[in-house]
Design a protein around this ligand. Structure first.
Ligand code: UD2
Ligand code: MN
Length: 373
């Protein structure tokens, strides 16, 4: 009798476990197809429905620091020429400003780098993106115009994944944006921060209406689309929790990975330093610049600011910079003379690709005593 009872209980437990597995599988499949098949009508409808459901962190229920707010420079809607509805006839209802919390967000995303990726596929997935990697929502007037700048050299493989994941996310976030790959010409020591300074000026040359600048590594993909790529009242650090750091902030002053500043915030700190050659330190210098200029870094909630980094080896010609520890002690002295005000470079080529604008640029090399660092 006891055996029989035990058997029945075991059978029930097995059934319950099986059912849970099935449910888990169905949810994973929905998330999976949501990312991979944005263009299929069925899934976009699913998204819209999903989005109208209140997010746990939306509006007033958001914990401090996650609420979408706009910097002085970002508060202005773009001028009439940038508005998607500018040419509509007078009988049509004028478009409304995009909602602060976009309704079509899906929340947590499944990010993986094992399935093969090709540029053709990413292009097929994103027919609405205009040449040069530009996009503007058609159903509302975006509140900001965001230039996304990526420091780059020899990372084509990573770029495909970045474009594959980010274009659909940015579309759902309802901002007007343009993607700029700032590609360092030649094989001299890499300089991430200087490339980003170049990106700032080149994006503005391309479109003077950009009022927000987001600086992203090419290998970092957000795991949640509620991490809104736009500018805030204070400089923003987006990459709060990375898989490589156990989804935690490695230290309080960390500003690496993905960050964003409005045009006025960027100019207030004289841009980024040009003199960090090789790996490391430039992100801490930027953090110092922000604090020294009386600003405070804002961040999304740790549950939302999660990222995956595509695994990679340290690149050639981007060895750790041995000067970085001394240099970050001196930001206060160096920031006024070293920055966007002293930037020198030569554009080698600007080419408009279907999903991004490529700016290849010569930025020089480290002074002789640093040549190996
Ligand atoms: C960390 C930070 C990064 C930066 C760097 C120190 C993370 C996730 N990121 O990155 O923001 O502070 O340390 O400089 O912790 N790149 C190329 N080609 C190269 C070298 C670099 O395209 O040959 C670009 C690319 O966009 C890359 C970024 O520079 O993602 C940062 O370089 P990394 O990925 O080698 O350094 P990592 O992951 O330690
Ligand atoms: Mn990396």
């Amino acid at each position: 009798m006891t055996r029989l009872l035990l058997g029945v209980t075991l059978e029930r437990i097995c059934k319950a476990v099986l059912l849970l597995c099935l449910l888990h599988f169905v949810i994973i499949m929905i998330l999976y197809f949501d990312v991979y098949a944005q263009h299929l009508d069925f899934f976009s409808r699913f998204n819209a429905r999903n989005g109208s459901r209140a997010h746990p962190f939306s509006n007033s229920s958001r914990p401090n620091g996650t609420a979408a707010s706009y910097g002085a420079a970002g508060a202005e809607p773009p001028s009439a020429s940038a508005r998607p509805g500018a040419n509509h006839s007078s009988t049509e209802k004028p478009l409304q400003p995009c909602q602060e919390v976009p309704p079509g967000l899906v929340g947590r995303l499944l990010i993986e780098f094992s399935s093969p990726m090709s540029m053709e596929r990413v292009q097929r997935e994103n027919p609405d993106v205009r040449r040069g990697g530009k996009y503007s929502p058609q159903d509302c007037v975006p509140r900001q115009k965001v230039a996304i700048l990526i420091p780059f050299r020899h990372r084509e493989h990573h770029l495909k994944y970045w474009l594959h994941y980010l274009h659909p996310i940015l579309r759902r976030q309802k901002v007007a944006y343009g993607i700029y790959i700032i590609n360092q010409f030649g094989e001299d020591t890499f300089n991430r921060a200087k490339l980003l300074n170049v990106g700032f000026l080149e994006a503005l040359k391309d479109d003077e209406e950009y009022d927000c600048f987001i600086f992203s590594d090419v290998d970092l993909i957000p795991m949640d689309d509620r991490n809104l790529y736009r500018c805030y009242e204070q400089p923003r650090h987006f990459a709060v929790g990375m898989d490589k750091f156990g989804f935690r902030l490695p230290y309080a002053g960390y500003f690496g990975g993905v960050s964003g500043l409005s045009k006025s915030q960027f100019l207030k700190i004289n841009g980024f330093p040009n003199e960090y050659w090789g790996w490391g330190g430039e992100d801490d210098d930027i953090f110092n610049r922000i604090s020294l200029n009386g600003m405070k870094v804002s961040r999304p909630d740790i549950r939302i600011g999660r990222y995956r980094m595509i695994k990679h080896e340290r690149d050639k010609h981007n060895e750790p910079n041995p000067q970085r520890f001394t240099k970050i002690q001196n930001t206060k002295m160096t920031m006024k003379r070293d920055g966007i005000s002293s930037l020198q470079y030569r554009v080698v080529e600007v080419s408009r690709q279907p999903l991004y604008t490529n700016v290849t640029v010569e930025i020089g090399r480290p002074p002789p005593r640093l040549a190996r660092g």
